[in-house]
Design a protein around this ligand. Sequence first.
Ligand code: DGJ
Length: 723
Amino acid sequence: MISFIEEGQYFELTNNKITYLMKVEAGFLTHLYFGKKITFSKHLTYPKTVRSFSPYLKEEAWEISLNQLLLEYPTAGSGDFRTPALEVRFKDGSTVTNLQYEKYEILPEAIKSADLPKAFATEKEAAETLVIYLKDDLKQLQVKLYYTIFENNGVLVRFSEITNLSLEELQLEKALSLSLDFPKTDFECLQLHGSWANERQLTREKITSGKKVFSSLRGASSHQQSPFLALVTPATTEFSGNSYSFSFVYSGNHEEFVEQDAFKQLRVGMGIASQQFLWPLKAGESFQTPEVLVNYSDEGLNGMSQNFHHFLREHVISPKFKTQERPILVNNWEATYFNFNEEKILAIVEKAHELGLEMFVLDDGWFGKRDDDHTSLGDWYLDKHKLPNGLEKIASDLKEKGMGFGLWFEPEMISEKSDLYQKHPDWILQIPGRNKSLSRHQMVLDFSRREVWENIYEQMATILRQVPISYVKWDFNRHLTEVYSEGLAANEQGTVFHRYILGLYGFLQRLNEEFPELLIEGCSGGGGRFDCGMLYYTPQIWTSDNTDGVCRLFIQTGTSLVFPPNTMGSHISAVPNHQVGRSTSLEFRKNVAMAGVFGYELDLGKMSLEEQAEVKEQVAFYKAHRKLLQFGNFYRLKSPFSGNECAWLFVDEEKNTGLVFYFRILATPEDPVETLKIPYLTEDASYMVNGEVYSASELAEVGLFIPPLGGDFATVSFELKKI
Ligand code: DGJ
């Protein structure tokens, strides 16, 4: 997969899908090509064109200017005026780094790390890693660039490691994980942005001259800006065309940018946000950046998503959960909020069991004195007023019924009104003497300090050791402010944001090691930390606090660009919907929720008997189709971001069965007959679709005519079976 071609000094990484080419040019590591697999003729070079106002490093090589080379890990100050990947401030105050190619090694594996989430190789799909060493001789600064390529995969992984080989301390002001230069292009840029209850909204815009930066400085990957970018050609649709896409394997501050220079070359960058980042590197120390998934597809946006979905399932999500079916759960949050007692909970459990559900999740409010959101975070022991017989009573009830027990935690947070805060007021992120900003009446524990997260770990693990809990919902309901750690020296304060995330990962790693059977669902006020870093530890994530069916069409479509449906927590809730007040039919809510990890978030006992009977059928239907819905391939057939319709297709790997959920958002007068084309089936086969036989080519080329659907928020589903 990886080779170095001595003559011409080329690096070629290739598998049966992609090729990535680099060349050492005048001592610099330059980029040549990334995209569809090609046969490399081993003499490609990017032309050197003499340009005005383009400084050159040496009189005898005046045609070589960093201003126009396509570079793999650019630095500023010697002629490249575009955005650098690395910024270092040396002891003497200078900031210019000149990275020259030194050597390389090829490792027969993916890189492992105890501190950061790292994509791993599997028996099914091996990996090789190219490590390229660059060095600034004057300052004795070494940069290692890592490129891991996997067999049969359109995704490769990149990150970097910076080592201070000098005897003097330096300051790392910026260290991106990825920088990638393209020759003149005509790309459009896709990005996912949003807000609480409105995550991962898709925007597509033309790239023009100059630079556009996307970022989160909230201490979390955030609802507001996902750590994702894609470049597509204007002709790229869901079904065809090229895409180059990037997803960050990290859950904290991030930045990504596109920058078109004066020669219409394009630079893309992704990494930890440089704002509020300052990492001192003492003599001999190294800093490793998180990974970026680098994805190429020529099969449209669905092809891009297929690559990400397969990669995440195979190489990022814990192998334990790769094929393990996820339970259908009921969560009491929207059913009771904080207002519950044992009787209410046991009634919900009873009803859930009667209707065939498999797990009950006790949400916020079971601990300390938590009757509202002003208190008790940090005190992870039972509220006996609400549950006099303990969690054990609920657990034994569930066990008797053969159901699983899930429990909510928000480990990173602390309430001012808590025993923990009384004991350890210095354990929060705060600047001595300065006002502490609150959000949801709570403060953030300083997870950059080991003793802090270890205290919470012990509290949490004590419960998990005593009570048979098979699922944890890990919540995170505010962003970071006054970021400062009393555990670190003044010159280390620029490391706190990242150290916080390392603490979070350390906690999650330990939790997974001690409780390997535990299924953790990540959550951050819904999908505020839905990223590849969290997925490494938490195989599913609550997609959004917004459970309205219509809003979810957008949120789940946007999320599906990168993440497979079996990572997206997706529940039916009551109407009128608690977030937006809209009422949609149970059928509509079911078709939306089934396109994720299915569950309920309401008081099942308050539903009418007819509705309960419908729920029973839904549950039985989901169980019968769960393998397809959780492990099948997922395609977007119609996107709500392009019109009034949305349609999602699930097809199993062998293309024997399929399920389509079709949605029409608003009714229009004299509705046109809509057509739904269904590609991605076995070409010469025929399929039974809701009782009628169609050839695969008919389904792909003519499509299904959607029957008249009355009213707003209409839906219909189609079951496909190969005959
Ligand atoms: C935010 C989550 O997204 C909700 O599902 C719920 O768990 C609340 N927090 C509880 O405080």
